[in-house]
Design a binder for this molecule. Structure first.
Ligand SMILES: *Cc1c(COP(=O)(O)O)cnc(C)c1O
Length: 380
């Protein structure tokens, strides 16, 4: 079976892991964690990084740091991985689900419209959702599949209403918007994931990046049980969200290969995109003018009448792993009652999206994937 996306690990990861064992630093203290945080901060164009146990825990922590509290609303795009909405719920807040644009990203025009038409500033100058009275405590653009959302517009609209922005950049390491890295787009904080299926992995893990030292200090405090000193004193309810030195060892080895891995992802995506030009009714994954996507996952958008499960089953019969993509957040059981402002964009696209094999080490097999897809979809 040609797998969808598997880690690309080898001798370098093994050597760094061996170093952990030899020195005894296998847990949450150790030189690799610090080195990893510096590498991620640098790669994102930020001053500081705080490594975490996952992308989800990074997002949960970042939302708490910008002040999200129980009862608040947090604006999220309709098309994202469930973790984006879960992290909001973990704060005791509720996602306010806004539709995506044609590039599958939080729609900046819809955001501006929602803030103007569905919210008001209360007497204390706090932005409130008029229908529920809830405070709008943060906006979370998602850099879907490594394509950077329009942060200039999104951050502009949010900040104009006094609302902080936390970017879910889980899979966007290496992406550029007119030459700017993901931490240079104006969000107050951004988070990255190092889950096993991401372009660079730490086995599992995440990182919060930003430029405000006090915010990152608070993030570190919250992820390390909010302890004060070394005598079991804790000043609030914290979390055990730290990354271990073992994970960071793998993460450092992977970060050293970031540029090569992202280049491989882009080559794979470009070959697929070029191949679908001849297929009626299909589309490539979207791009955005001026943005170099990190191309985390690549694939194809099927013609509307073709059920994705039939297509993926047919590919599996040829030993090609293909998968349907995220089911929108507003259709997920835990969030059926969450407020939503939808225009039908996510609803129309999500079931047509199929991801195809795109591991960074994918070689000649890609051609056979393309041939199977063309044979299934082509109308000679
Ligand atoms: C992968 C991903 C996450 C979750 O990261 P984990 O490390 O798996 O917790 C969150 N948001 C998006 C958009 C993702 O792609």
């Amino acid at each position: 079976m040609i797998p969808l996306a598997v880690p690309n690990v080898g001798a370098r990861e093994a050597a760094y892991l061996h170093e952990c064992i030899e020195t005894g630093f296998v847990s949450s203290v150790g030189p690799f964690v610090t080195r990893f945080e510096r590498m991620v901060a640098e790669a994102t164009g930020c001053l500081y990084g705080v490594a975490t146990s996952s992308g989800t825990t990074a997002l949960h922590t970042a939302l708490l740091v910008v002040g999200v509290q129980p009862g608040d609303l947090v604006i999220v795009p309709s098309l994202s991985f469930i973790a984006t909405a879960n992290a909001v719920a973990h704060c005791g807040a509720t996602p306010w689900i806004l539709d995506i644009d044609r590039a599958w990203l939080l729609d900046p025009a819809l955001l501006a419209e929602a803030l103007r038409d569905e919210c008001h500033l209360d007497s204390a100058g706090v932005c409130r959702h008029t229908q529920s009275g809830a405070r709008v405590a943060a906006v979370v653009p998602v850099h879907t599949l490594g394509l950077l959302a329009d942060c200039d517009a999104i951050v502009g609209a949010a900040h104009a209403h006094g609302i902080p922005v936390v970017a879910d950049a889980a899979a966007a390491l290496g992406a550029l918007d007119r030459g700017r890295r993901l931490g240079e787009l104006g969000a107050d904080l951004s988070i990255v994931s190092f889950n096993g299926n991401k372009t660079v992995t730490a086995g599992g893990g995440g990182c919060i990046v930003g430029n405000d030292a006090s915010q990152l200090t608070l993030a570190r405090h919250l992820t390390t049980t909010a302890k004060v000193g070394h005598d079991y004193t804790h000043d609030r309810i914290g979390f055990n969200y730290r990354m271990t030195n073992l994970q960071a060892a793998v993460g450092c080895a992977q970060m050293e290969q970031l540029d090569a891995f992202v280049a491989a992802k882009r080559r794979i995506a470009a070959r697929y995109d070029a191949a679908w030009h001849t297929l009626d009714g299909t589309e490539s994954f979207p791009g955005r003018h001026g943005v170099d996507s990190a191309c985390w996952l690549s694939g194809i958008v099927l013609p509307p009448q073709l059920p994705a499960f039939e297509f993926t089953a047919a590919l599996r019969a040829h030993d090609v792993e293909a998968r349907s993509f995220w089911k929108p957040l507003h259709l997920q059981a835990p969030f059926l009652h969450a407020p939503r402002t939808l225009r039908g964009v996510a609803d129309a696209i999500w079931s047509r999206v199929v991801t195809l094999p795109c591991s960074t080490q994918l070689g000649e097999e890609q051609q056979s994937v393309i041939e199977h897809v063309v044979a299934l979809l082509g109308h000679p």
